[in-house]
Design a protein around this ligand. Structure first.
Ligand code: 2HG
Ligand code: ZN
Length: 474
């Protein structure tokens, strides 16, 4: 970044819109997992869409690479600049207006820098639900949720971020603003352009605003923590629940004993709800509209029948908001507990739900031979076929041995995922971490189309280079 470019950026952003002191810039240069630390001469903090446009015009003029950043909670390094010192971070965090809440139309229009929890709260204020639910919701931002097509724990019922979007506003690399913000539910006018930018991880343009779908807020939740024999029993329970309660099943999270034990060991606030240990648990939730409140009794009856039939070991039904929160505390603190347990290797994979038990049994057996220093902690969104197929050190002191096996473990897991027809990135994206993996496993024709789209929308290659697709002239 030349002194002339720096002066030009400073002129359009004003003193409040630019950080250059190394101590101020540092937090934007390191990803949340601490996998990458980049360099950047400045962090731009525009506070209007017009400023984003001016910034991108300058980036085009000076051929400056831009790294858009939201709440900096990416698991794949998608929002961290590289080490060259030539890329500038654009933080959207000052763009945080709730533009409009349309309770009658079940829609909300927001700036990209709003945190997810701010959008949830604005929806709740209008007695509506914005359903996306993530562990990082107090700090992650809507622009990042859109750019990574975030998932979380409510996908089973409401879909991923991609499914929750009615309209989008995007600033293109040349500074033009594409306004596709209308909240129309039916609009078949040409190509579905907004979906290109969702999940593109900032490689095609900068998302500045979105019109999002709202839903009726459930009048009541019926939440249970079930103790069961393993993943096979969990998948069967899921099928029976969906057959009986259909769309009302809003969450089905799988928690193996290894994940349960990590939380119990590292988070003293957690009070185990069962006296005896079980091989696995499932956190199940129904969101009930007021007209269907009585179904909570049917839910309890189904679980009781499962226990009588010997298919469930036990089930604890939340009888208060506090208990519901305690169950979710367990689920939501698994990543935290895993972090406290030392090094970890993460694989964010998805498979057809029915293939999950066989896949895990086979992978576990092979991993036992390859990596006895690792303990499998495979948990997560089984309702969507998405497992966080992670490993922690088997014993204290195994960290270095486990990390040394990162590459062969990744190959074993991803090859097996591919053999079972699954995906090597279910909900965390590609970022910088999985660029080579995408190249290896993606259909070559699809990959070629992705490169052509990138070339057409970002011909100078200034949008988040090196993320999703290999940088340079590829
Ligand atoms: C979750 O489901 C997150 O808790 C994090 O997606 C997963 O830490 C992980 O691997
Ligand atoms: Zn997850």
């Amino acid at each position: 970044v030349t002194p002339a470019a720096l002066a030009a950026f400073r002129a359009v952003l004003g003193p409040a819109g630019i950080l250059t002191e190394p101590a101020d810039v540092a937090p934007f240069l390191r990803d949340f997992r601490g996998l990458y630390t980049g360099r950047s001469p400045l962090v731009a903090r525009p506070d209007t869409v017009e400023q984003v446009q001016s910034l991108m015009r300058l980036a085009t003029e000076y051929r400056t690479a831009i790294v858009p950043q939201g709440g900096n909670t990416s698991y794949c390094g998608a929002a961290t600049p590289d080490a060259s010192g030539t890329q500038i971070v654009v933080s959207l965090s000052r763009l945080k207006r709730i533009r409009a809440v349309d309770a009658a139309g079940f829609a909300i229009t927001v700036d990209a820098g709003c945190t997810l929890s701010a959008v949830q709260a604005a929806a709740a204020g209008a007695l509506r639900l914005f359903p996306l639910t993530l562990g990082s919701q107090d700090s992650c931002q809507i622009g990042g949720n859109l750019s990574t097509n975030a998932g979380g724990t409510a996908v089973l019922r409401y879909g991923m971020m991609r499914d929750l979007v009615l309209g989008l506003e995007v600033v293109l690399p040349d500074g033009r603003r594409m306004d596709q913000l209308s909240g129309l539910r039916k609009d078949n006018t040409g190509y579905e352009l907004k979906q290109l930018f969702i999940g593109a991880e900032g490689t095609l343009g900068v998302i500045t605003g979105a019109c999002l779908k709202l839903y009726a807020a459930p009048a009541e939740y019926a939440t249970a923590l079930c103790a069961l024999s393993g993943l096979g029993a969990a998948v069967e329970l899921l099928g029976r629940l969906r057959a009986s309660f259909g769309e009302l099943v809003s969450a089905f999270e799988y928690i193996p004993a290894a994940a349960y034990a990590l939380v119990a060991r590292h988070l003293p606030e957690f009070v185990p709800p069962f006296a005896a240990a079980s091989p696995a648990y499932a956190l199940v939730e129904l969101g009930l509209p007021s007209a269907a409140r009585a179904l909570a009794d049917d839910f309890a009856a189904l679980l009781a029948a499962e226990i009588d039939a010997g298919r469930l070991a036990d089930a604890a039904l939340a009888s208060s908001l506090g208990q519901r929160q305690a169950f979710w505390f367990l689920r939501e603190h698994i990543p935290d507990a895993q972090r406290r347990a030392g090094a970890s290797l993460k694989h964010d994979i998805s498979l057809p739900v029915a293939a999950l038990p066989t896949f895990v049994a086979e992978a576990r057996q092979r991993l036992k031979l390859l990596a006895p220093c690792g303990e499998l902690v495979a948990y997560g969104h089984v309702g969507d076929g998405n497992l966080h197929f992670n490993l922690s050190p088997a014993a204290a002191g195994d960290d270095a041995a486990l990390l040394a096996l990162e590459a062969p473990i990744k190959r074993l897991v991803h090859d097996l995922v591919a053999a079972h027809g699954g995906s090597i990135s279910a909900e965390h994206g590609i970022g910088r971490l999985k660029v080579a993996e995408l190249e290896r496993y993606e259909d070559p024709v699809a990959l070629e189309l992705m490169r052509r789209i990138k070339g057409a929308l970002d011909p100078l290659g200034i949008m988040n280079p090196g993320k999703v697709l290999r940088g340079g002239d590829s």
